[in-house]
Design a protein around this ligand. Structure first.
Ligand code: CDP
Length: 229
């Protein structure tokens, strides 16, 4: 079967990464969570005082982009790659609400996007890759053989994120998470560079009322249809 490129885009917290990583494991593809890369840049900016309150020191971040090295290492216990920032595993730290609250303005910066897209395209050179994010089917891999655009209602997405954080033992408030989901949707769809939008040739999946197993089955069906076709 030929090795294809699979691009999964969609709104925040709609289960893209769960379905992408499950399919990657099943078919032996590399999985890349592009959002984790924007989250790692945001964590770097928070840790180094580049973000103060709601202010981003753009010039400093631009000057320091060369010091930010992001990589992934497969974690067999979790069955998915962990994210590393300058050699340190930051998988848990990049998922906090603090990072979520600052990531979309960072991801809207042109020089940040350019650096990340370049790395992502390098990772996908050989095909056999599943990448999820906001601009994978439109900007990173416009020629991907299979493009999926995932959506679900904001309330359902916030509830999923709430359950996820609760399960990790984090203190969280549903309304605050819903606000964050809605705010990121707004910034992601309205930014100037590579806004979140459905690629013309993407297949839409509304998974509001689907279980993880149902969505997994649906995705494998789509993969077989395209890879064998
Ligand atoms: O996990 P969740 O869907 O909530 O978000 P994520 O995939 O971890 O992405 C975090 C943020 O990074 C998004 O809200 C976007 O602002 C940004 N992002 C982006 O701009 N482009 C991508 N390809 C992936 C993420």
């Amino acid at each position: 079967m030929k090795k294809i490129t699979i691009a999964i885009d969609g709104y925040s917290s709609c289960g893209k990464s769960t379905m992408a990583k499950d399919l990657a494991r099943e078919i032996g593809y590399v999985y890349v969570d592009s959002g984790a890369m924007y989250r790692a840049v945001t964590l770097y900016a928070l840790d180094n005082g580049i973000i103060q309150g709601d202010e981003i020191d753009e010039e400093r971040l631009r000057a320091e982009m060369g010091n930010i090295e992001i990589s992934f290492q497969f974690n067999p216990e979790r069955g998915r790659p962990d994210t590393y920032l300058n050699g340190v595993c930051v998988e848990d730290r990049i998922r906090t609400l603090e990072v979520s609250n600052h990531v979309s303005p960072i991801a809207a910066l042109g020089f940040v996007r350019e650096a990340m897209v370049r790395q992502q395209q390098r990772m996908g050179q050989e095909g056999g890759i599943i990448m999820d994010g906001r601009d994978i089917g439109t900007t990173v891999f416009p020629n991907a053989e299979l493009k999926i655009f995932v959506t679900a209602s904001a309330e359902i997405r916030a509830q999923r994120r709430y359950d996820e954080l609760k399960a990790k033992g984090e203190q969280c408030d549903f309304q605050e998470i819903l606000r964050n989901v809605e705010e990121r949707d707004y910034i992601d769809t309205h930014r100037e560079i590579s806004p979140l939008r459905q690629a013309a040739d993407a297949i839409v999946l509304d998974n509001s009322h689907m279980t993880i197993d149902e969505q997994k089955g649906w995705l494998i069906g789509e993969y077989i249809r395209v890879a064998c076709g």
